[in-house]
Design a protein around this ligand. Structure first.
Ligand SMILES: [Ca+2]
Ligand SMILES: [Ca+2]
Length: 214
């Protein structure tokens, strides 16, 4: 019983101190290692979790880096666009390749020349001017590593920096522009996920593997 109380108190504290995403625009899905065409077929799905349409300027950029202290110059989107409430929007490294794989998309796919590592854990930040919409972290060990799947965000209510909020998609090719295929887990697993996320955030180290990036 004491054990159970301790776990509940600990879980409560963790939920209190884990930051939630503050922007309405979040990174919701990541295709970092497509089965073919790594230099063309990478994409990121954004989602507008707010209640109003949000305009993204042509100065917005995706930053990707293994070192969050050195983001580099980032990768600009090639056009301004808007995201309606609840809408999922795709930024693709090559919209022509994306449309060839997934078929005509219901919305414009915006070109953004990202470079997502297949080897190293990586940070991704979506920024528009002074507004940092979201920053997430993924690790190829979490799934989607060249098997056709993506990494999907479990919940838009939780911060996106750790494994606790990311899972390999259940559908081949992932779910660009659609609801993610993974579902939030039961409370107990959620708490464990948040704990893993918190510990990961405190002690993230960038591991270099011996595989060659593609
Ligand atoms: Ca890649
Ligand atoms: Ca999706």
């Amino acid at each position: 019983m004491k054990h159970a109380i301790f776990i509940l108190i600990t879980a409560g504290c963790l939920i209190c101190i884990v930051p939630q995403a503050s922007s309405a625009i979040l990174i919701n899905e990541i295709m970092y290692n497509p089965t073919v065409g790594d230099f063309t077929n990478e994409w990121i799905e954004l989602i507008n979790t707010g209640n109003s349409t949000i305009s993204i300027s042509a100065n917005a950029r995706i930053y990707d880096s293994t070192d969050p202290s050195n983001w580099g110059t980032g990768h600009p989107v090639d056009q301004a666009f808007t995201i309606d409430p609840g809408e999922r929007f795709v930024l693709a490294r090559d919209p022509v390749a994306f449309n060839a794989q997934y078929g005509p998309y219901y919305h414009a796919v915006v070109d953004c020349n990202m470079a997502l590592s297949n080897v190293n854990p990586m940070y991704i930040k979506f920024e528009d001017g002074v507004t940092v919409h979201d920053m997430v972290f993924y690790d190829p060990d979490w799934g989607g590593d060249g098997n056709g799947m993506t990494l999907e965000r479990l919940s838009t209510s939780w911060e996106g920096a750790g494994y606790g909020n990311w899972r390999e998609s259940k559908w081949d090719g992932g779910t660009p522009g659609h609801m993610n295929s993974v579902n939030p887990e039961p409370t107990t697993l959620l708490v464990l996920g948040i704990l893993g996320s918190l510990l990961g955030g405190l002690g993230i180290t960038i591991r270099r593997k011996n595989r060659k990036d593609s």
